[in-house]
Design a protein around this ligand. Structure first.
Ligand code: SF4
Length: 220
């Protein structure tokens, strides 16, 4: 397993790769961020950024979206996966924020996770990016990178990955690390054909050698 000391050395190298890492979803308000993050489940941020301008042009506030026609919302976000369920979820979420939270986005895990379509990962992103409340949201990239680096064992659950990262990384950099690991996983330590041959953290990585050998054998 990767020790705390070596994990911090890895993060120092990743700091140089992605010094200004931040979320790639476009949003002007905490409400818009919440909606964009809900829409991003099992879809790329790029795809979400293509549909949100039209959505937020007509429904930029909780009240506006709460009163939206579901068919119209579906039409606006039809290019992204699971758009029917997501349309219902964001309208219902907007209704709850408008009626139960007085148009304010809640700032606790419990309240956020009571909203349709909002799980722990979404809540962490909103709390960190909209309100500066530290957390480490574990998405598919963060999970994969953490397992390849052996911060946790392969069988670890998402909750265990989050707990291990929070235990080994100073709180002051949780939000930054979350964004850096996403970029590292999205563009470098990719699910298929990770760039192990040019990876600056190769010497710390528990999986790099194995992955390189596997791809080498396949190309024979
Ligand atoms: S060596 Fe390969 S698997 Fe390990 S972190 Fe680098 S890219 Fe990812």
């Amino acid at each position: 397993m990767l020790s705390k000391v070596n994990l911090l050395k890895v993060l120092k190298i990743i700091d140089e790769m992605y010094p200004n890492a931040k979320g790639e979803l476009n949003a002007k308000t905490p409400f818009q961020l919440l909606i964009a993050v809900i829409l991003s489940a099992q879809t790329t941020d790029k795809a979400v950024n293509q549909v949100t301008p039209a959505l937020f042009r007509d429904y930029s506030t909780p009240e506006a979206l709460a009163n939206a026609d579901v068919e119209d919302v579906m039409g606006k976000i039809a290019r992204i996966g699971l758009y029917k369920n997501k349309s219902r979820n964001i309208i219902q979420t907007a209704r709850m924020i408008h009626q139960d939270f007085n148009d304010d986005i809640p700032q606790t895990h419990e309240a956020l996770e009571s909203l349709p379509g909002v799980g722990r990962k979404t809540a962490n992103v909103v709390l960190g990016d909209a309100f500066g409340i530290p957390g480490i949201a574990v998405d598919t990239h963060v999970e994969r990178v953490s397992k390849r680096l052996r911060v946790v064992k392969q069988s670890a659950t998402v909750k265990e990955v989050e707990a291990a990262l929070m235990q080994k990384i100073p709180k002051s950099r949780w939000v930054l690390t979350h964004h850096q690991l996403i970029l590292f996983g999205r563009y470098h330590c990719t699910a298929k054909r990770p760039k192990c041959d040019i990876c600056p953290v190769f010497s710390f990585c528990g999986e790099g050698k194995k992955i390189m050998l596997a791809y080498h054998d396949r190309s024979k």
